[in-house]
Design a binder for this molecule. Sequence first.
Ligand code: AGP
Length: 598
Amino acid sequence: MCGIIGYNGKRIDTLKILIDGLNSLEYRGYDSSGIAFKTNKINIIKSVGKVCELEKKIDSNIKTNIGIGHTRWATHGKVSELNSHPHNVGDITIVHNGIIENFKDIRNDLLKQNYKFNTETDTEVACALIDYYYKKYKDIKIALNHFEKKVRGSFALAIMVNNNDNLYAIRKNSPLIIAKNKDGNYISSDSIAVSKYSNNILYLEENVIAEISAKSVKLFNKDLKEIKPKFTKIDISKEDADKCGYAHYMLKEIHDEPRVFKNTTNQFIYNQIESLLKDMPNFTKYNNIHIVACGSAYHAGLVGKYLIEEYASIPVTVEIASEYRYKKPFYNKKTLVIVVSQSGETADTLAALRMANDDNIDTLGIVNVETSTISRESKMVIYLKAGKEIAVATTKAYLAQITVFALIALNIAIKNKTLSEKEINTILNDINKLPVYLEEIIKQDIYQIIATNIYKNDNIFLIGRGIDYALAMEGALKLKEISYINCQGYAAGELKHGTISLIEKNTPVIGILTDDNISEKTISNLEEVKSRGALIVGITNDTKINNFDYLISIPKIHKLLQPILTILPLQIISYEVAKLRKCDIDKPKNLAKSVTVE
Ligand code: AGP
């Protein structure tokens, strides 16, 4: 959620490296930011708001070769300069991602040792604890070793120590990488912050202490024995980290979707059906599936449930990870637990995965970030191949998630012979046509007209039945998160059981109608709200339906693939509405791209 950058090397423009890094990490959290760097002492500069506010406070003439920086997404303690990172206590200065769960007990213990606290944060307590052990053992590595044993929760820490020319790093349940090039060594919570400098990356393991000097990276295990660092070359595409001329990352990522669909499907369909069957896990051995995820990934799971149950006849339950991890799981030896995550670092999803792994249940991660913890810890993994997603509101990764579910359903249906050969050929043909259809949907100019007519409303409803209901929920989340309009996705038949009382003159109701078998029912529900004054927007693949105030027509394709087209207009409407409301589209307030705390 927060972002960490650090540098130790021969370059003297470290402050530029830190600010550039923070700018690229800002999508992860953006309440406040700060840096610490060494001259003849450790200096700290912090600011509330965006990184550009911090930049204004920094004298660009300052030369230093070592420093750390942080963008914060507040968890403990309000958004303030005091609470923002870096924190300093005694000889120790740190930046921290994560939450120290037992910080109150530690704080009470440290108060008895005469430590005083100026902030409400768990990070200041962590910093004091390291200082306490450092003063006790006179060795920073021993101090960090004791710190790791004492604290509960999650942490990724970059640490500076008075009168010591190294940086130190440790982590637990929160990612941290180290990168190197001929100019020096970098620490970050996300490879994007160092992608300009190096693709030679080390993923720091838990219970390992990294000592980073200007020239070397040394690692020490929990017995403080030195271990060999393993750097790997990763592929960080510059194009992914760039807006490529689009006004926002979200718009760029929406325009990426036709290419993403090809990348996702090309992993499995390069040799017609044979490759689809060969390169996917063997799903037919499971008699039930649990899909576990958060937010949009959870909504993708709902689409997955419809597709797998309809085409593969395997019962699927979809659960919110923060609930699943604390409830009694009803799985058996033939259960597959699928966790879905763009970032691969979402704390609750990771906890659900670990729970299933510990119970010896087969697990499959559907993940975008290939180097993430969920990718590494899932027994099986399918990559989304969506490329780096920067906008907080997911678009292309969600599209790739529902694409993967369509491919899984198709894979099982072919193996279990629940689809005819003719239908399979129709689906394969539609897969080939789908990128062009996505391009055509993007090019329509109806979205701005619709946005102009709905953006001033306080409430918007999206309704649908079956798989269209799952899409309505995702469309509503998209609108909520970037335009701050209260928006609900509803099962079309359920409105009249209470919520219809909220319909007033001109309340926008967006109806999604892509399934001939139940469209008529949804039309009746739309009529009900229209007669109460609602403004009706329809998204449909049925050319015969036209009784809406505004109509978005999308191509009709096989039902297994239809959601991949249907979601796109919802994403674009959200974008256009947020633009008219002058919202910060890529960095909506209160949100963070990767939710690494519970
Ligand atoms: C989507 O637009 C949201 N920003 C959010 O709901 C997100 O999908 C959720 O936090 C899960 O993230 P993950 O896919 O990285 O696990």
